[in-house]
Every structure is written in C-alpha cells, then in structure tokens.
Design a protein around this ligand. Structure first.
Ligand code: URA
Length: 259
C-alpha cells in the first residue's frame, strides 16, 4: 500500500481540516504509533498506522456506517434549518466529513437510521430497483383490522390517488393497536398515509429493520453503534416478514407500548 500524508489521512476520516490538524500536531495532540508527532505533513502507511487525535483513535477505514436508533424530535438531515438533526447524536470522533442519513424518518418517528459517508452504498440501498424491504412497528389510534392485509397486499390507494406497491401487514398478538408493516418503497409519510387511507391513524412509528439489518435490542433511543462493511451488506439479504414478526414482536412492542 502506498503511503499518504498524515494530515490527509486524518482529514479524510474526521471533521478536522488540514489547518486544524497542523495546529493540533504543533500542540502535541497527535500520536502516531504511540509517539507524539509535531508535524502533520509526514508520510504514513494508512493500513498500518495507529493514529490518535486528541486522545481518540482514528479508524483506518475511509467509509463509516453508523446505525442510529433515532429518537423523536430530530430531523433526518445534515442541515439544521428545520431543528436539531440526527447528526448531533453522533459523537465528533465518529462524524466524518460527508456523512449523511441514508434515507429518512419523520421528525416524530423512531428507530433504525443508517448514517454513512459511503455514497455508493446509500445509492444502492435507496434505489427503487433494490426493493430493500423496511419493517416498521406502529401504534394505531384505533384497533387493527384484519381487512388491512388484503388492502395493503393489493396496493392501497392513498387519499390523494397515489398508488402504493403491495405491502405486508400483521397485528401484534394481544395488542390490538400495534401492528408491523413491511414496505418495499419509501414515499413521503408513506406508513402514516397508508393507515389514513384505511381510516386509521398512526400515533407512533418505529422502523425496526432495513433489509436484513435488524435494530439491535440493546440499542436504546438516541443510541448508535458503528457497523462494519460486512454487517452493512446484511441490508441486501432477503427477509421473511412473518418470521420477523413472530421473533421480534415482544421486543419491539415493549418499546412502543409506553410511548
Ligand atoms: N412512513 C412514515 O409515514 N414516516 C416515516 O418516518 C417513515 C415511513
């Protein structure tokens, strides 16, 4: 592997600019393989170097994948003109330049949101051609009705006349107002508009899986975890909606019951 400049290595993997990196080095805030380095223009091997900036290790990976369990009240954007953004929930040492939420959850929605700087993967994931299924659990205003299964399976017509692709829905046992829904597309406010089209209303919505990537039980609202590229590839694995619902219904319904 060819060597690269230390400041280039750090600036590509953190939010620091090259001038900030130069200053940090001069102040003794940068370590290379356990030794303080005072200059940021030295060459390093990006695969072998252990770089620490202000006490935090800088990962050698260029691409970062963060799975966030989004809480309510944050917008899925990098631009804070509409309020607090999900980016604020990611600690600075994990926030690489060029990171953005791959996909959207409404400000009042909860659950799985992938934040990355890998544009190619985000494109693959969000492309309508990929048909990545997304599963949500919803708390409804009125009891779930069995008729939703066929209506959603045949492609429900939204109130403005827009047609949805076939989707799957299933109620949560012993919870008459909780349901799981699986979509293969992502229209604006789609889940809320689908339930509105059948005369119900979504009170709380939480995304619990993106393709084969399931929101880990241990991840509380507002918490995040870093994923490896090989874990992110789970996005593209096939899913089994019925199996998912039986397996995770207790876990995820507990999250929504008191919301
Ligand atoms: N559908 C919605 O209505 N809202 C979301 O946040 C996601 C899907």
């Amino acid at each position: 592997m060819s060597s690269i400049r230390l400041d280039k290595f750090i600036s590509e993997r953190t939010e620091y600019s090259r001038s900030q990196i130069k200053e940090l080095a001069a102040r003794g805030q940068i370590k290379l393989d356990d030794a303080v380095v005072k200059r940021s223009d030295i060459k390093i091997d990006p695969d072998k170097a252990a770089v620490i900036v202000c006490g935090k290790a800088v990962s050698s990976d260029l691409y970062r994948y963060i799975l966030l369990n989004k809480p309510q009240g944050y917008v899925s954007s990098t631009d804070d003109k509409d309020g607090k953004t999900v980016m604020e929930l990611i600690p600075p040492e994990l926030r690489t330049k060029g990171m953005f939420p791959a996909g959207r959850l409404d400000k009042d929605s909860l659950g799985a949101l992938l934040i990355t700087n890998d544009g190619e993967l985000a494109h693959r994931m969000l492309s309508p051609k990929s048909h990545i299924p997304k599963i949500y659990i919803v708390k409804l205003d009125r009891p779930y009705e069995d008729k939703y299964v066929d209506i959603f399976k045949n492609g429900v017509e939204l109130k403005d006349g827009e047609m949805c692709l076939p989707a799957k829905v299933r109620n949560v046992e012993n919870c008459e107002k909780l349901a799981f829904i699986e979509l293969f597309e992502g229209k604006y406010h789609q889940v809320k508009r689908m339930f509105a089209a059948v005369g119900n209303h979504v009170e709380v919505l939480m995304r619990v899986s993106l393709g084969g990537l399931v929101l880990p039980e241990k991840l509380g609202f507002g918490e995040h975890m870093e994923l490896l590229h090989k874990d992110v590839e789970n996005l593209f694995l096939p899913t089994d909606f019925d199996l998912f619902c039986s397996r995770f219904s207790a876990v995820f319904s507990a999250n929504l019951i008191n919301k």
